[in-house]
Design a protein around this ligand. Structure first.
Ligand SMILES: Cc1cc2nc3c(=O)[nH]c(=O)nc-3n(C[C@H](O)[C@H](O)[C@H](O)COP(=O)(O)OP(=O)(O)OC[C@H]3O[C@@H](n4cnc5c(N)ncnc54)[C@H](O)[C@@H]3O)c2cc1C
Length: 411
């Protein structure tokens, strides 16, 4: 991108932010006035803000304009992200949609799906969830048992999913179901977009150690999905699911830190700030730990930038996304342990719902336990890296080529 084009994109996004954020917010950022910024924050309604950011194309700047994006090249996207970070604007939590569903629909969906599903996703008007894991199919998700049976122009779905993040808020779900039980496990799957408000979909919340209920069990009883909501071929669902999973690893890789102010970028800076304010910065052992974390955070950020540049060159996310997914998950756990050490005894006197600084640190520590499980466990990431990046021999598998119905289950 030429300097003049970069300046134009920057002028446009900053102009848009100045026109759309409350004046106190803009003043707070531009004059580094925290009180003004806090005043401005009170005037923003989250859903309305996310919708307007999406309508402007800035929630998904790389997407084509006709699908709800700004149609920008990677350099333009970088400029937009850095300005959104600088103005500390709230962003949609619809990451399963924007980060995973969007790229999947873009690659595998029909033109009609792209035009109708992508803009409301980008505008935070329709939240998405991912319906892959089942009680007996997690790491080896290709063994899943939820059935979809064709009935004319529709499919009838029965089965159960679990750990479905945001299912309680979602309008759409990315569903992988078994359409041919006689085919080997990877070959009998088909990928659908299911309306989470359709008759027969039941969502039950699961409560976590943090006190939150961010994920759910989802039950399907005779749920009907039109064939027009199928992504990819009948029996070709594994390739589509792989697209979603590759993008999930990118989404969970600390990629957000590229834009600044996120885990991997913001969290360590925050710890250092706190250590300086409390005087703990003078303890050499703690300072060493913080320095090590700052170095590792920087390494992850640079690795993510390299991966983003490769994707910008037209490359789709590949198994290398597992490098930063693995690193970020293990890194965040180490970082949260140091945050607990800094809090000392006060870390123990916390209850769910407490949103003071201590509360958010303790919550961060408890939530980080899930990082090495969600989106594929660290063991599975190491397997992928060994087999598909380093080219080591594959794990022995006895169930790959036999019909799915003949695979022993529930043992
Ligand atoms: C916070 C959170 C959010 C989630 N959100 C979603 C969601 O929105 N949608 C969704 O579909 N799923 C979601 N999941 C589920 C997640 O993808 C699975 O939990 C994960 O893939 C592991 O599956 P499992 O829990 O069945 O564990 P299992 O597969 O039973 O694994 C148990 C243990 O065995 C190890 N293991 C298994 N196979 C191997 C192997 N071949 N080699 C070495 N070790 C192995 C694992 O690493 C793990 O330690 C979420 C999970 C969490 C924690």
């Amino acid at each position: 991108m030429s300097t003049s084009t970069e300046t134009t994109v920057r002028d446009e996004v900053v102009g848009w932010l100045r026109a759309n954020l409350p004046p106190e917010w803009v003043e707070g950022i531009e004059n580094n006035d925290q009180a003004k910024l806090a005043e401005g924050r009170k005037k923003v309604e989250f859903n309305d803000w996310c919708a307007r950011l999406g309508e402007a194309g800035y929630a998904t700047p790389s997407w084509p304009k006709e699908y709800g994006g700004a149609g920008l090249d990677p350099e333009g996207v970088r400029v937009v992200m850095s300005e959104l970070g600088r103005y500390k604007v709230p962003r949609s939590f619809n990451v399963i949609g924007i980060g995973m569903g969007g790229p999947t629909v873009m690659q595998w969906g029909s033109e009609d799906m792209k035009r109708t599903l992508l803009p409301p996703m980008a505008q935070h008007r329709e939240i998405w969830c991912q319906l892959f894991s089942e009680p007996s199919a997690g790491s080896d998700v290709a063994t899943l048992a939820t059935r979809a049976v064709r009935d004319g122009d529709e499919w009838v779905v029965n089965g159960q999913k679990v750990w479905t993040t945001l299912a309680h808020m979602a309008k759409w779900g990315m569903l992988v179901a078994r359409t041919d039980p006689d085919a080997p496990k990877h070959k009998g799957l088909t990928y659908f977009i299911v309306d989470m408000h359709a008759p027969g979909v039941e969502v039950r919340p699961l409560k976590q150690i943090t006190g939150d209920a961010e994920f759910n069990e989802v039950f399907f009883t005779d749920v009907r999905i039109p064939d027009s909501m199928r992504c990819g071929d009948v029996g070709g669902g594994w390739a589509v699911a792989t697209e979603t999973l590759m993008n999930e690893r990118v989404a969970l890789s600390g990629e957000g830190s590229v834009g600044g102010g996120n885990v991997g970028g913001g969290a360590i800076d925050d710890l250092i700030r706190r250590a300086k304010a409390s005087g703990q910065w003078d303890e050499p052992v703690l300072r060493d730990k913080l320095a090590q974390l700052a170095i590792e955070g920087r390494i992850n950020k640079i690795t993510n930038l390299r991966a983003a540049a490769a994707r910008g060159g037209g490359k789709r996310p590949g198994p290398e996304g597992s490098i930063t997914k693995l690193f970020q998950a293990e890194y965040n756990k180490r970082l949260q342990v140091v945050a607990m050490e800094m809090l000392g005894a006060s870390a123990t006197a916390w209850s769910a719902g407490d949103d003071a600084a201590t509360g958010s640190s303790v919550r961060g520590f408890l939530r980080s336990r899930a990082n090495t499980i969600e989106g594929g466990t660290s063991e599975i990431m190491r397997n992928i890296l060994g087999e598909r990046v380093l080219g080591l021999p594959k794990e022995p598998a006895t169930d790959r080529d036999i019909p799915w119905v003949d695979i022993p289950r529930g043992v």
